[in-house]
Write a protein that binds this ligand. Sequence first.
Ligand code: TZP
Ligand code: MG
Length: 205
Amino acid sequence: MRLDLSLYLVTDPALCAGHGLVETVVAAVRGGASVVQLRDKHAADGELIDQARRLKAALAGSGVPLIINDRLAVAVESGADGLHIGQDDGEVAEARAALGEQAILGLSVQTLEQLARIDAKRLDYLGLGPVFATPSKHDHAEPLGFAGLATLAAASPLPGVAIGGLKAEHVAATRQAGAQGLAVISAICGMPDPEAAARAFGPWG
Ligand code: TZP
Ligand code: MG
C-alpha cells in the first residue's frame, strides 16, 4: 500500500481531550486525514499501548495507518503500523530490525546536515520542520519557512511531510515547496469540529 502523507494528523493528549482521542481521530479521518500518529510525551507505555489498540480498532477498514511517536516498544506491542522517531529517539537500524520490513518508519529532520546522515534505505518518509514556530512543541528547532522546507525537500531521497504551525491555508505553499503533505496538531485537534477542520485542507492531488 502506498503511503499517503497528504494530511498527517499528530495527536496531542491535551488538545484531543475535548472531543476524546478516538472521537477526534475518527472525525479527522472522515474529513480526510490520511495518516494518524499517536503522540504523548508523558503517558506510560502501558497506557499508550491501550490507546494505540483502541485507535487501531477505530481505524480498521479505513486504510489509514497508525504510527506511534518515539516509543519503539509501544509500536511493536500494540500492533500499530509504524513508528516515528526524532533525531534523539534511538537508532533507525534498531527500530527497523524490531519493527520488521512491512512497518512504516519515519524520521524527523530539521537540517541539511541531518539529511545527509539519514539511513534512507531503512526509512519510509521524513518529517520536515518546523516550518513555523509553534506552541505545540516546546523544544522545536529553528523554523525553516517555506524556503528552508523547499531546500530540504529538494535534497531528500524520501517523501517528506512538512510540520510546524501549518494550517489549511498553507496547502499550496507546502506542495510548491516539494513536500508530500502536511502534518498538523492544532489545526485539527482541539478545533470545535475536527472533521470540518480536516476537510478544510481539501484534496491534495
Ligand atoms: N514537530 C515539529 S513541530 C511539531 C512537532 C510535533 C508540532 C506541530 O503542531 P502544530 O500545532 O501543527 O503546529
Ligand atoms: Mg521524538
